[in-house]
Design a protein around this ligand. Structure first.
Ligand SMILES: C[S@@+](CC[C@H](N)C(=O)[O-])C[C@H]1O[C@@H](n2cnc3c(N)ncnc32)[C@H](O)[C@@H]1O
Length: 277
């Protein structure tokens, strides 16, 4: 059974109160990473990476920021006039979002996106490595199909991951192999967050290379429009919708209509060569 501790919220709350917080990411094989943690989650636009700043230019229409944390992107986009909803499964993070002035902020698990109205958001944000929230190959495909339903035909996803193959230490290779051996994706990390004396629950976080992301997107109705690279392993993907079966039919109808129109004009020209049209 999953423990109930809101570790992410707790560490952000401590930082919000002015205390120093060191976030530690612990992987199941014992690998430990000290992350920038709340210092990054509370950072202002001017201190963001170049790739994030570039990505903001793709945001359009009504926006949902899933795994919004303390509202880094949401609060900024709201200040730029976007209609945005921040969603996170951490009640304390959502409380902080509200205290920081985010008008629409909701405690919601990624899993519950299927409960949102059809076509209700034009842009889905999954930043701060939040492609990871898709957890595994199968779950990612399923959640991407759900995201397809809540967005219109020109909807986009803006998401971030990093090329885990750049992590070359022997234990990283061993971890990837172990994952493959038990039918998981090579970058499907089992991790937990620790800070001070607190330890959060284990959960799966999916790290993917660009090729792996492309593979996952197959048959979900989504396709990468553009990768925004950086000088590290991190990258952002702008993902657009490709036609669904309904609008593929519409596309075929239009194509046939255009074909018919062209041949009709050819016949007319042959019958009346002196006509200007
Ligand atoms: C790495 S932080 C990124 C926060 C924010 N996007 C940013 O870039 O500053 C991941 C966020 O995802 C949230 N989260 C983790 N699992 C989630 C889930 N299953 N559903 C919704 N949010 C989740 C965490 O509470 C945390 O706020």
């Amino acid at each position: 059974m999953r423990e109930k501790i809101d570790i992410f919220g707790k560490e952000c709350w401590e930082y919000f109160k002015g205390n120093e917080v060191n976030e530690i990411i612990e992987r199941k094989d014992g690998f430990i990473h000290i992350s920038p943690g709340p210092k990054l989650y509370f950072s202002d636009y001017k201190n963001w990476s170049k790739r994030e700043k570039k990505a903001m230019k793709f945001v359009k229409g009504r926006v949902i920021d899933i795994g919004c944390g303390v509202g880094r992107h949401s609060v900024y986009l709201q200040s730029r006039g976007f209609e945005i909803m921040g969603a996170d499964n951490s009640p304390l993070a959502i409380k902080i979002c509200k205290l920081r002035g985010l008008r629409k902020a909701r405690v919601m698990d990624m899993e519950d996106i299927s409960k949102l109205r059809l076509n209700s958001f034009d842009t889905v944000i999954l930043l701060g490595n939040n492609f990871g929230l898709l957890e595994s190959f199968d779950r990612a495909k399923n959640l991407l199909k759900q995201l397809h339903k809540i967005t219109p035909s020109n909807g986009i996803i803006i998401t971030e991951s990093f090329n885990h193959y750049d992590m070359r230490g022997g234990f990283h290779t061993k971890y990837r192999k172990m994952n493959i051996g038990i039918g998981r994706m090579p970058g499907q990390w089992r991790i937990r967050i620790r800070f001070d004396k607190f330890i959060g629950p284990w959960y799966d976080y999916l790290i993917v290379s660009k090729n792996e992301m492309n593979d996952i997107l197959k048959d979900t109705g989504w396709k990468v429009q553009k990768f925004i690279d950086s000088d590290s392993s991190s990258y952002i993907a702008i993902i657009k919708k490709i036609y669904t079966f309904e609008n593929k039919n519409q596309k075929d109808i239009l194509k046939n209509f255009a074909k018919g129109y062209k041949s009709m004009n050819k016949i007319k020209k042959a019958e009346n060569p002196n006509s200007k049209k």
